[in-house]
Design a protein around this ligand. Structure first.
Ligand code: AMP
Length: 280
């Protein structure tokens, strides 16, 4: 892949990268279209499919993470992608287990990654920044496209690129949703029966917060957090992991909620952990 990327670069062809973990849906394809728009018809669009073990904790769903490479490849072919990069663990992390003899260098962002997803999943972002840095070095993209669905992730990648001078432009594409407002996610596959209906509570909580902000200009944080909590708990199988209201640039939590504040939440619906966020 790196050899091919170098060849493309020598020929002056722009490269766009969309990193994914596969089991693709319309949200991923939205990122692919964005990449194509940025590099043009003659540029190269690369989609990576790699379920990155270092961003999963030992207790998480790594081995059960949904996979369907055949279907993914068909979707990407129809989307006009130039290359699908599907590395193996042994290529990305040689000899990581049982002792990290062959792999021992990680990229760690130390500020934005402390809250929200980082607080709930302490080693998650270290895995994300490390694998994305590796993908940037391998694919050498001019632009890389990420989804707003993972708002904190996109902010951390932007910071990493700025701090470590990666010569790549980061684009963030809007969240693609199902008709009933549920943000598309590979993990939605786990939502069987009534869990699928209950899962819309994330979107409903965001709408409720939006309506509240529209009605009254300044809302105390504790009140809105309590209201969101109550709404989530009203679904029999939903449990709030966190809800935060923060400045979209710095990710610093706000004390008072006004329009323009970013809201993000994580909710367990049954055993499946879902996230969502929007600007209020
Ligand atoms: P994943 O395969 O879940 O790691 O996601 C790969 C990329 O797709 C990330 O940049 C995500 O933010 C993005 N993504 C996932 N779901 C959506 C969605 N519903 N809308 C837009 N982008 C998404």
């Amino acid at each position: 892949m790196q050899r091919l990327a170098k060849k493309w670069r020598r020929a002056g062809e722009g490269i766009g990268l969309v990193p994914t973990m596969g089991y693709l849906h319309a949200g991923h394809l939205r990122l692919v279209r964005e990449a194509r728009k940025r590099v043009g018809k003659r540029g190269k669009v690369v989609v990576s499919i790699y379920v990155n073990p270092t961003q999963f904790a030992p207790t998480e769903d790594l081995s059960k993470y949904p996979r369907d490479l055949k279907r993914d490849l068909k979707m990407l072919r129809e989307c006009g992608v130039d290359v699908v990069f599907t590395p193996e663990d042994s290529e990305m992390y040689p000899d990581r287990r049982p002792v990290p003899a062959g792999f021992s260098t990680y990229v760690v962002e130390e500020k934005l990654s402390r809250t929200m997803e980082g607080a709930s999943r302490p080693t998650h972002f270290r895995g994300v920044t490390t694998i994305v840095a590796k993908l940037f070095n391998i694919v050498q993209p001019d632009v890389a496209v990420f989804g707003q669905k993972d708002f904190q992730q996109a902010a951390i990648i932007r910071r990493m690129v700025r701090d470590l001078d990666f010569p790549v432009r980061i684009i963030v594409a809007p969240t693609v949703r199902e008709k009933d407002g549920l943000a598309m996610s590979s993990r939605n596959k786990y939502l069987e029966g009534d869990l699928r209906r209950q899962a819309t509570v994330l979107r409903r909580a965001i709408e409720m917060a939006r309506a509240t902000v529209k009605k009254s200009k300044r809302i105390p944080l504790a009140r809105l957090k309590a209201d969101v909590g109550a709404m989530i708990e009203s679904e029999p199988d939903a449990r709030l992991d966190y809800v935060e209201f923060f400045d979209p640039e710095s990710l610093v939590a706000v004390a008072e909620i006004t329009s323009g504040v970013q809201m993000a939440l994580a909710v367990f619906v049954g055993k499946t952990r879902l996230i969502d966020n929007e600007r209020l």
